[in-house]
Design a protein around this ligand. Structure first.
Ligand code: PLP
Length: 394
């Protein structure tokens, strides 16, 4: 009954989700406080109070049939205008509401982009390590995901390897900064170099290459590090944003795409993306959440809580002998595995520490620790990490 194309997706079902389910089972046996689940990027910092207040106010103040009704496939005009104006204020851009398309989170935003631009056989480049779902999203439209191998000394993009992989079939490149799973942030210089390579290759090959900036972690950057806005660097950029992490609303499924006027054929791409949103079955982004965004467009989660977790976990793990770069953004540590990463995750599980193997991000030899958990969970888990380090002679 199941389609041939679907079978490998079921067989290789996300290791992250599998570990998360395992965590729930272990919690039932050992008690929640005795399982140290660092597997899923599910924010534990609550949504800003303004979000819940906005929901109450909207229900009281706005007309029910409007709040819960259909609207343009691209979203409510005032929501898109609020997003455009906020970006213009913060990043000096010049977007209009027409450049914004509200989406069902970043996952559907990426699907809308690929539905809009990919023909079968088109290649999409991505820098390893990367969020594994990209592979499924690209294959949904019969595209081919091509990974650029990582520079494990810094986890910054290896631009020589990148340039080598651009072919006449390259239709898009995905960047994700701040990055899941490494926490690195790309500097303005790096973005300039990426843009330079793409412009050179477009001219050389006579093709158009779309730079997709998948940025659900844009607001999660520490120590005042700048996360440069990508559209000023390169004309064919599409930004894919999500409020899943920035407002701690992953279950609400709300985000947006930015398709700038500078993009080749921009008005056609904008129109096609709205149709893609509809025919993929999303139709439009959740209406109540769109109403919330009008009121909370510049609200923020408490970043200090993640920063405190980052400092505690990073400093302790280094002290115990683990090898890891200090993340500048997002809420993940990407730690070198002393042995095969899958075997290491299994042995961490015996200490009730749940991690995700780097293989799940196309980067074996590392493990990901999601520190979007309570500070107390990190404190409680430290003796287990220490024991693991001792067991492996770190
Ligand atoms: N892109 C990256 C890099 C992510 O880490 C995630 C979720 O963890 C997503 C996209 C999907 O986000 P959303 O919940 O908005 O669909």
């Amino acid at each position: 009954m199941i389609a041939d194309k679907m079978r490998p997706l079921v067989e290789n079902n996300s290791a992250i989700r599998a570990m998360f389910e395992e965590g729930k089972k272990m919690a039932a046996v050992y008690g929640r406080e005795n399982v140290y689940d660092f597997s899923l990027g599910n924010p534990n910092v609550p949504a800003p109070p303004a979000v819940n207040q906005a929901i109450l106010d909207i229900i009281r103040e706005e007309e029910t049939t409007f709040v819960h009704g259909y609207m343009s496939n691209a979203g409510f005009e005032d929501t898109r205008d609020a997003v455009a104006q906020s970006l213009n204020r913060r990043f000096g851009t010049h977007f209009r509401l027409e450049n914004i398309l509200m989406t069902v989170g970043a996952a559907s935003g990426m699907n809308v982009i690929f539905k809009t631009i990919l023909d079968p056989g088109d290649e999409v480049l991505v820098f390893a390590p990367y969020f594994m779902e990209y592979g499924s999203y690209v294959r949904n439209y019969d595209g081919v995901l091509v990974a650029v191998p990582p520079d494990t000394s810094s986890f910054q993009p290896d631009l020589k390897e990148f340039e080598k992989r651009i072919t006449p079939k390259t239709k898009a490149v995905i960047i994700n900064t701040p990055n899941n799973p490494t926490g690195v942030v790309y500097s303005a210089e790096t973005l300039r170099e990426i843009a330079g390579i793409l412009k050179k290759k477009e001219a050389e090959l006579g093709t158009q290459i779309v730079l997709i900036s998948d940025e659900p972690y844009r607001e999660l950057a520490y120590d005042g590090v700048e996360v440069p806005y990508v559209t000023p660097f390169y004309h064919n950029t599409i930004v894919c944003y999500s409020y899943s992490k920035s407002l701690s609303l992953p279950g609400e499924r709300i985000g947006y795409l930015v398709i700038p006027d500078e993009m080749e054929d921009s008005s056609k791409v904008i129109a096609a993306a709205a149709v893609a949103n509809r025919v993929l079955g999303c139709v439009n982004a959740p209406s109540l959440m769109q109403r919330v965004i009008v009121r909370c467009v510049e609200s923020q989660v408490n970043l200090k809580a993640y920063d405190r977790n980052r400092e505690l976990l990073y400093n302790r793990l280094k002290e115990y002998g683990f090898d890891c770069i200090k993340p500048e953004g997002a809420f993940y540590l990407f730690v070198k595995s002393p042995v095969d990463d899958k075997a290491f995750c299994q042995s961490c599980k015996e200490h009730r520490v749940l991690l995700v193997p780097g293989s799940s991000f196309a980067c074996p030899g590392y493990v990901r620790i999601a520190y979007c958990v309570s500070y107390e969970q990190i404190e409680r888990s430290l003796p287990a990490f220490k024991k693991i380090a001792e067991e492996y002679g770190l």
